[in-house]
Design a protein. Structure first.
Length: 728
C-alpha cells in the first residue's frame, strides 16, 4: 500500500511547527531572562539612587536642625557660662529636650561646657566630666582637632550611634561649648534602607574605613566588594561567592564621605524567573499541542478524502504508486490518455440508444463540442474489401488504419463552424458525426475529397453515405442503421459516388427475393459447416433461377451475390461491384455460375473451418469481446448480431465462447452490464433509471431482477452500502 499524503502532511507540518515553536520558546525564555536581569540592574540602580537621595536629604535636614539647636540662645548661654546657675541648667536641659522630641531620629544629645567641665546628658541630666560615662566624646572635644560638619560612627557601651559634633572648625581652635547629637541607627535604617522587605536585597552605608554605619551586610564579603569596585562615584559589579552570584551597586555620598552598597541575591529572582520560564514553556507546549490538533484536523478534513479517492483509484485501476498523490496523478494521466476512449464511449451510447438521456447529455457536453450544435449530419464510411484487409492485417493494425481515415475526415470536415466526431463500432465502417451551424450546410465536397485522400494516403477504397441535417434530439439509431444499409447499395448499383439518405427506399426495394427463407437457410447452413445441405439448397435456388427470364435471372444473381457479400464480406472473393459484374460477365451459362457458386461455398466453408481452428479461436474471441464492448449500450445486442459481424454461425460462436470463458456469451454480456451498473452506482450521481438505460437493459423489471440476483440487494441498497463503506 502506498504512503498516505494526509498523514505525511500532518507529520511534516508537526515537525515544522515543533521546530518553530520550541526554538522560539527557548529564545523567548532566554530573552526574558536577559531582560529580567537588565531590569533587575535598572531597578537596583534606581533603588540605590533613591536611597542616596533620601539619605542625603535626611542627613542634611538633621544637620540643619542640629545647627538650629546649637544656635539656640539658651543653649549658647549655658555652654559659655562660667558659673553654676541651676536655673540656667534647667532651662538648657528643657530646651534640649524640646528639640530632641521633635525628631524621631534623635536618640540622645550632649551639651558640654568646657569652662565649668559640666555635661548635660539628655538621658541623665547635669553631671561633671568625672561622672560622664562617654569618655570617647570627652577625649574628642579636648583634643580640639579640626573637624568638618560630618557624621561619625560612635559607640557607647554595647550600643552604636551616628554622631554629629558641633561646632565644626577647619583649623585647630579651642571651643568653650559643644553640642553632640546621637542618632538612632535603627530608626535611620528603617527609614533609609529597610523600606523594601525583599530578603534578597541588602543595603549598607560604609564609611571610608569600610565600617558599616547603617545596614547589615555579610562582613566577610565586604572587603572583596570594596577591593573590586572602581574609583568611580557609582557603578555596578558582579560577585560570585559560596556558589551564589551577587549583583552589587554602589554610590558615594560626597558630602559625608560614605558609600552606599546594595547587594542583590539571585536566589528568589531565579526562582521567579524559572517559574515564569516554565510557564512560558508550558504554554508553548500547550500551543504546540493545539496547533498539532488543528493541523491533524485540517489534514484529516481536507486531505483524507484524497486518500479515499486514491484507494478507489488504486483498487479500480491497479496503479502502482508510492503515495496517494502519485496514485491520483497517475489516474489523471490515465484519464488524459484515455480521454478519446471516454468520449467515444459516450458517442457510441448515444448512437446505439438513439437518444441522449439528461445525464449522458451532460457528460458528453463536458467531453465534446458536438452538442453545441442544434443540427447534426451523420456519415457512414465503409471500407471496401475489408476481407482482404482483415487477412492482411491483425486486429490492432486494422484499428490504426481506421484511425488514419478518421484523422483525414477530421482535417477535412472540421472548421470553426463545424464539429466532427469519429466513432468506431469495431466493424468495417466508421461513423462521422458532423455538427453544423445551419441545416443547409452541405459536406458533399469534403466527403468526395475524403474518398480521394483515403485512396491516396491509406490505399483504401471507401464507400460513403451521409444523411440530411438532423436535430440533435432526433433518433440517431434509425439514421445510423439506414446509412449502414445504404452503403451496401454500391454492390448492387455499381455506382462509385457519395450516397445519400434519400436512396434508402430505392435500396430497400432491391430486397424482394424469390424465396427469402431458402436464401437464409443457405447462409445459415454455410455458417454451420453443413456442406451437403448447403449444396442441396443451392441446387434448389438455381432450379428456380432456371425458370426465370434472362433479365430477371441476372437481377436475382446480383441479389444472390450481394447477400453473399453482405453475410461473408470477410470471406468471399467478391469484394466490389466491379468484381461481381466481372464474375457475371465471365460466365456464358447458368450452369457455369452454379459450378462456381459450389466452389465458392466450399471455399468459404473451408475458410470458416480454418477460423475455427485452435490458432484462430483466441483472435475470434478477442474480436467478439471487442464488439460486445463497443455495443454494450445497445439493448438489442444479441448473439446473432455478433455472429453476423464475424461471419460465423451463432451456434459455433456460442460454443467457442463457452470453451474459452466457461460460461455463455449471454451471461458474459449480462455480467458486463452488471459491472457497469456497479461502477455507475458508486462513481456517479445518475439515477437508477438512467444507469439501467446506459447499461443497455431493455426494461426496468429485467434490470432490477438481474441486479438483485447478482448482488442480493437492490441498486439503491448497493449504492448506500458502498457509500457507507467508503466513508467508514
Amino acid at each position: 500500500m502506498f504512503k498516505s499524503t494526509y498523514l505525511r502532511i500532518f507529520v511534516w507540518s508537526g515537525i515544522f511547527i515543533t521546530l518553530i515553536i520550541i526554538p522560539f520558546s527557548l529564545f523567548l525564555v532566554q530573552r526574558f531572562s536577559d531582560y529580567a536581569t537588565v531590569q533587575l540592574g535598572t531597578i537596583n540602580r534606581e533603588r540605590i539612587e533613591e536611597t542616596r537621595e533620601r539619605t542625603e536629604f535626611i542627613l542634611s535636614k538633621l544637620k540643619g536642625y542640629s545647627l538650629i539647636m546649637y544656635g539656640d540662645q539658651t543653649i549658647q548661654n549655658w555652654m559659655y557660662s562660667n558659673q553654676d546657675d541651676p536655673l540656667q541648667d534647667a532651662a538648657a536641659l528643657q530646651t534640649l529636650s524640646k528639640y530632641l522630641s521633635k525628631e524621631p531620629f534623635f536618640e540622645g544629645a550632649y551639651l558640654l561646657n568646657m569652662l565649668r567641665e559640666k555635661v548635660i546628658d539628655f538621658n541623665v541630666g547635669l553631671i561633671d566630666f568625672q561622672e560622664f560615662s562617654d569618655h570617647t566624646i570627652l577625649e574628642k572635644v579636648k583634643q580640639g582637632a579640626p573637624t568638618l560638619l560630618q557624621y561619625f560612627h560612635h559607640e557607647v557601651g554595647n550600643k552604636s550611634y551616628i554622631g554629629l559634633l558641633l561646632p565644626s572648625s577647619y583649623v585647630r581652635k579651642e571651643q568653650y561649648g559643644y553640642l553632640v547629637v546621637l542618632l538612632n541607627k535603627r530608626a535611620m535604617e528603617q527609614y533609609l534602607i529597610a523600606g523594601d522587605a525583599d530578603p534578597d536585597y541588602q543595603v549598607a552605608l560604609l564609611d571610608r574605613s569600610g565600617r558599616q554605619v547603617l545596614g547589615a551586610i555579610n562582613e566577610s564579603i565586604m572587603p572583596e566588594v570594596i577591593q573590586s569596585r572602581s574609583n568611580d562615584k557609582h557603578g555596578a559589579l558582579e560577585l560570585k561567592t559560596e556558589g551564589e552570584k551577587l549583583y552589587i551597586n554602589y554610590i558615594d555620598l560626597d558630602a559625608q564621605g560614605w558609600t552606599i552598597y546594595s547587594l542583590s541575591g539571585m536566589k528568589q529572582f531565579r526562582q521567579q524567573t524559572t517559574t515564569f520560564q516554565q510557564t512560558i514553556v508550558l504554554y508553548s507546549v500547550l500551543l504546540l499541542v493545539i496547533l498539532l490538533i488543528v493541523v491533524f484536523w485540517n489534514s484529516h478534513l481536507f486531505f483524507k478524502p484524497f486518500r479515499r479517492l486514491a484507494n478507489q483509484v488504486h483498487g479500480k485501476l491497479g496503479v502502482h504508486a508510492v503515495s496517494d498523490y502519485d496514485a491520483i496523478l497517475q489516474s489523471v494521466t490515465l484519464l488524459r490518455d484515455h480521454y478519446p476512449l471516454i468520449k467515444t464511449e459516450y458517442l457510441r451510447q448515444w448512437i446505439l440508444q438513439g437518444r441522449l438521456g439528461d445525464s449522458t447529455r451532460a457528460a458528453l457536453a463536458r467531453e465534446s463540442r458536438i452538442l453545441q450544435h442544434d443540427w447534426i449530419r451523420l456519415s457512414v464510411v465503409k471500407i471496401d474489401g475489408f476481407y482482404d484487409i482483415a487477412e492482411q492485417y491483425d486486429f490492432m493494425s486494422r484499428k490504426l488504419l481506421k484511425y488514419a481515415v478518421g484523422n483525414i475526415a477530421e482535417e477535412l470536415l472540421g472548421s470553426e463552424s463545424r464539429t466532427i466526431e469519429v466513432v468506431d463500432f469495431g466493424g468495417d465502417h466508421l461513423l462521422l458525426l458532423i455538427g453544423v451551424a445551419e441545416p443547409a450546410d452541405d459536406v458533399m465536397e469534403q466527403l468526395i475529397e475524403l474518398r480521394r485522400q483515403a485512396k491516396e494516403h491509406v490505399q483504401m477504397n471507401i464507400t460513403v453515405a451521409y444523411s440530411a441535417a438532423k436535430h440533435v434530439r432526433d433518433d440517431m439509431r434509425v439514421v445510423y442503421d439506414e446509412l449502414c444499409e445504404v452503403t451496401l447499395f454500391k454492390f448492387v448499383s455499381g455506382e462509385d459516388r457519395i450516397y445519400t439518405e434519400q436512396e434508402y427506399e430505392r435500396y430497400a426495394d432491391l430486397h424482394c427475393q424469390p424465396d427469402d427463407i431458402l436464401l437464409d437457410q443457405l447462409i445459415q447452413s454455410i455458417r454451420s459447416g453443413k456442406e451437403e445441405q448447403s449444396l442441396n439448397l443451392l441446387e434448389q435456388l438455381f432450379a428456380r433461377l432456371q425458370t426465370m427470364k434472362y433479365s430477371e435471372c441476372q437481377f436475382q444473381l446480383r441479389l444472390l451475390f450481394f447477400s453473399f457479400v453482405k453475410s461473408f464480406s470477410k470471406l468471399t472473393s467478391i469484394d466490389s461491384v466491379e468484381g461481381m459484374e466481372q464474375r457475371l460477365r465471365r460466365f456464358t451459362k447458368l450452369e457455369d455460375i452454379h459450378m462456381w457458386m459450389k466452389e465458392e461455398i466450399v471455399r468459404i466453408m473451408s475458410l470458416l473451418g480454418n477460423q475455427k481452428s485452435l490458432n484462430r479461436k483466441g483472435k475470434i474471441v478477442q474480436e467478439v469481446v471487442e464488439y460486445i464492448q463497443y455495443h454494450i449500450h445497445d439493448p438489442a445486442l444479441s448473439v446473432d448480431d455478433i455472429a453476423d459481424h464475424i461471419a460465423l454461425s451463432a451456434k459455433y460462436v456460442r460454443q467457442l465462447f463457452i470453451d474459452h470463458y466457461g460460461y455463455s456469451m449471454s451471461q458474459y454480456i449480462l455480467n458486463r452490464r452488471i459491472e457497469m451498473v456497479k461502477e455507475l452506482l458508486l462513481h456517479s450521481d445518475l439515477s437508477v433509471a438512467d444507469i439501467s438505460q446506459q447499461a443497455g437493459f431493455q426494461t426496468k423489471s429485467h434490470f432490477f431482477t438481474a441486479f438483485k440476483k447478482s448482488t442480493g440487494m437492490t441498486p439503491a441498497q448497493y449504492r448506500l452500502e458502498q457509500v457507507q463503506e467508503a466513508s467508514g
